[in-house]
Design a protein around this ligand. Structure first.
Ligand code: NIG
Ligand code: FE
Length: 415
């Protein structure tokens, strides 16, 4: 049989094949490794996985790729990003080095609020061109599916503008973009003393407008002591759920205020950050089937001492995913490989667990686990070829990365 592409003689093929759900406990260490394997790809999908010999007997291909001595694995899935923004905030990085905290900078008028004006002033085209550059860099780092949030407009017009940029990125670039509405990222300065009114606008104007244009699948919120309280978060997110959004949370990033518990209570798909998550939060999420998406790049870039308790979460049977949190403020990191290195060194995740958390579990954190995140027959041919002798090399090496080729839907997009 003739197919579009064969990748053969693969030094180490990480299939991540396994149960059709997020992996938990010791399952996170099972990478489904095949040695001297091969993949056949037709019309953007994987049609066969077997030994190089068996594939060679059964298939011929228009394009043959020899991956001897290489690692081949699923494309990275990045389930938490803020790629749509206008300007970077490196001066805040310097302020943090000089001793200010993220919250102090935010309360003094920096932080998220300082990203709002430039997004409001920008045309949709300008915003799109900036975001496109950010996404292209992430693709070069091996990301083939990613989430993208609004949250730097904080007005109906500008939030819709950000979400339309997500739609254009999805249409124009060979990467899957999953769109999330994050109007509750902060309280805009004009409502700082009238928070109830902004909450009313979120519920009555923004959420219906986003759904009317079908611009986002998920609704997210920054639940944290200095931003949205637990009661405000419950009110907003229960409303979002009733309107038809699926939910994700920024929860317990800095203080343990019960964000993880609320995410479980409302049946969120994912709760993210969790640097200060309580034991009760871990149990609530596990029992509700909420995935823990951890963002060690953010803790690293904020220079904070305490990382999320990945080991306790994995022991408790809570599935863990990883993401970059790429944004202009707390974490300007676009590389999932770097996040994997940090997850291993700072949270003691094994290299295999961190790879699982960046592929199949990240795919389930975006409810795309049936399509991407593992290399199995019938799934999208989203594939990385790495210049690495074995999977442990991925976190071991950091800096330039070891991505040699990125394939999206069966097409080579980075080489
Ligand atoms: O996930 N925590 C809230 N939102 C972002 C930071 C956004 C910003 O500082 O611009 C985050 O870290
Ligand atoms: Fe975030």
């Amino acid at each position: 049989m003739h197919v579009d592409m064969i990748i053969t003689s693969i030094g180490q093929l990480l299939t991540l094949a396994g149960p059709a759900r997020a992996r938990r406990g010791d399952e996170m260490n099972q990478l489904g490794i095949v040695t001297d394997g091969a993949l056949a790809i037709e019309k953007g999908k994987i049609v066969a996985i077997d030994s190089a010999e068996a594939i060679g007997k059964k298939y011929t291909a228009t394009q043959m790729i020899d991956a001897s001595g290489k690692v081949v694995m699923p494309g990275f899935v990045d389930p938490h990003t803020h790629v749509v923004f206008m300007h970077t905030r490196e001066k805040e990085f310097e302020m943090r080095i000089q001793g200010k905290t993220y919250v102090e900078i935010s309360l003094a008028g920096g932080g998220i609020r300082s990203s709002i004006q430039s997004v409001r002033d920008a045309s949709e085209d300008d915003l799109y061109l900036r975001a496109k550059k950010h996404v292209q860099r992430m693709m070069a780092c091996g990301t083939t599916t990613m989430e993208s949030k609004s949250g730097y407009g904080l007005s109906t017009r500008s939030e819709l503008k950000m979400l339309r940029v997500n739609r254009r990125l999805q249409e124009d670039l060979p990467v899957d973009i999953v769109s999330t509405f994050l109007g509750a990222h902060e309280f805009p300065i004009e409502y700082k003393d009238n928070r109830d009114e902004y909450i009313r606008i979120l519920k009555e104007e923004m959420m219906p407008a986003v759904l009317a244009e079908n611009l986002a699948e998920y609704c997210d919120i920054f639940t944290e002591a200095h931003v949205y309280t637990i009661n405000q978060s419950r009110d907003l997110m229960a409303h979002a759920k009733n309107l038809g959004f699926k939910l994700r949370f920024h929860a317990d990033e800095i203080e343990p205020i019960g964000g993880a518990e609320l995410a479980g209570e409302l049946g969120a798909v994912s709760a993210d950050h969790l640097g200060a998550c309580s034991d009760a939060g871990i149990v609530a999420m596990r029992d509700a089937g909420t995935i823990a998406t951890l963002l060690p790049g953010t803790i690293f870039s904020l220079g904070m001492p305490r990382y999320a308790r990945a080991r306790d979460m994995i022991s408790a049977g809570l599935p863990v995913a990883l993401a970059t949190d790429y944004n202009p403020g707390s974490c300007n990191c676009d590389s999932m490989s770097m996040v994997i290195t940090l997850a291993c060194l700072q949270m003691r995740m094994t290299p295999a667990e961190a790879i699982c958390a960046s592929t199949i579990n990240a795919a389930y954190a975006l409810e795309r686990g049936d399509k991407v995140g593992s290399l199995e027959v019938g799934k999208q041919a989203d594939i990385l070829v790495l210049d690495a002798p074995g999977y442990q090399f991925i976190p071991y090496h950091f800096g330039s990365g070891c991505i040699e080729m990125v394939i999206k839907n069966g097409n080579i997009i980075v080489n």
